[in-house]
Design a protein around this ligand. Sequence first.
Ligand code: NAP
Length: 470
Amino acid sequence: MDHKIFLGAPSRPLRVAIVGSGPSGFYAAEALFKQPGLNARVDMFERLPTPYGLVRGGVAPDHQKIKSVTVVYERIASLPGFRFFGNVTMGRDIQVEDLRRHYDQIIYAVGCQKDRSLGIPGEEMAGNHSATSFVGWYNGHPDYRNEVFDLSQEKVAVIGVGNVAMDVARILVENPERLAKTDIAPYAIEALRKSRVKEIYILGRRGPAQAAFSLAEIQEIAGLELSDLVIKPDEAAIDELSRTGLSDPIIKKKVDFLTEQSKRGTGSKTKKVHLRFCVSPIEVLAEGEKVKTLKIEKNVLTLDGKGGARAKGTGRFETLAVGLVFRSVGYHGAPIDGVSFDQESGHIPNEQGRVLNSATATVLVGEYVVGWAKRGPSGLVGANRADSQALVKVMAEDVSARRFGWDNPDPSCGPIETLLAARGVKAVSFADWKILDKIEVERGARLGKVREKFTSVPEMLDALALKLNF
Ligand code: NAP
């Protein structure tokens, strides 16, 4: 008898592997457990010993309210049928073929691991960084803990006007003593205390009506204790082409706020955040090996042919004397060995979340993608919930239609934990993570912080070894 007939029944639950433990992965697990008529078992694989993806390693440390969403993920992790395998790298410790042998369906919830580059001359020079590396650094992400940022520079450019750019600018000028109470990485707070950064230029290539940041984020910058938000009135002004955009109340509120802010002049605080519009970076110029100036070009807006506005250079240039440049122009996906990937878009190619073979564009039945890896790096944490729920509906449709990609799981292959152990992989369970979590919170309490994070994987594994004979 075909064993697939019983898939999803209490006697034979659907076995799903989720790769990645950020918001979209947890929401997919939740949706699987809630899917009517479907009994599911979920094993979640994560490269780091710690879960939660960008909620831990991306959301700014002074945004603890956003980070508190992890309470929801903890609840999901406590549901029967959920298991966490941290410290397991897909493509190295475990391959797609292994997952096919052990599971009925696979979900890639791997987000976007890299950043976009600008493609301008001088971009690779010392003193020129991606915002993603700075964000990972101050958040204690093990991949970025050894990055070095020359905060002895007084002037800094941040390219792009999305919410990540706002985070970067805010962390650079916020009172370090406020940040010290958060879960910011210990080395980052030390460096920020010594920082000489005084002026930040945040550069938007289009106008105020097209700015990607949220109103709350820019208001937060305007309200900082030690810095003024400075906007040139002529750059805050709305051009003819952008007027139609003001019918959107969200854009209108943002534009009104920026207009009002531009009337406030330069203010009297010691630090300045200059928000510029309609300027594009053209070249990073160096003295010796180090960034010295950023050449920018003034833009005008023209129609982009899709009802929107695009920036067009005017041939009028300016130079900003900055010693440090952060590009914050969006995240970009990174390929995983054995998993379909579209290099240009940086996504896993898919149709409604069903993964497509990148060469033939045919559906790879049984493989799914969700979150930023599916739709690109946009949307707040909560936006992933609807996306994951939609994906699980698609997966349930495939179960009902008995569309399975392989004859699995292989009854002879044994439990996945046996395979991992045989390969010498020290998988970290959710209970293990809770031990690390407790240590971090306790260390934080002693220092008057929300938590003092582990920032290196060996440190985490050593701590577990001490507690658990790991
Ligand atoms: P984003 O919102 O897509 O913003 C990217 C910015 O880079 C835009 O201003 C874009 O301008 C600009 N840009 C792109 N290419 C450029 C180029 N070649 N030259 C100059 N500028 C360029 O991306 P993000 O800031 O990385 O944020 C990613 C997502 O995470 C967003 O949905 C964001 O809201 C979310 N997030 C939220 C928070 C929060 O809620 N606090 C914090 C961080 C991130 P154009 O518009 O002209 O393309």
